[in-house]
Design a protein around this ligand. Sequence first.
Ligand SMILES: [Zn+2]
Length: 98
Amino acid sequence: MARRISSGPRLANELKGRTLREAVNLGISITFCCDDCDRKAFWPWPYMKRERKFGPWMSKEIHELANKLRCAACQSRNFYLRPFRYEDQKPPPGAAPR
Ligand SMILES: [Zn+2]
């Protein structure tokens, strides 16, 4: 029986125990994946570095930031933060030529 677990924010292992500043300094961009509406958002590291709203979070661990976040589309707190992957920018399967 399939059942959805309301897990709250989840973090990829690569982001655990890191501050936002560490991620930015390592050049890690973060992808936000909503569990409830499949919204995906992508925060490039140069954007996180200059965006004022991330300023107060720079010295905090990423999981602390995650606890304050909600999905911009459905307000869900069930989402997954992980490092950006190249395929996050690719068109969905079937849409690409060739
Ligand atoms: Zn959502």
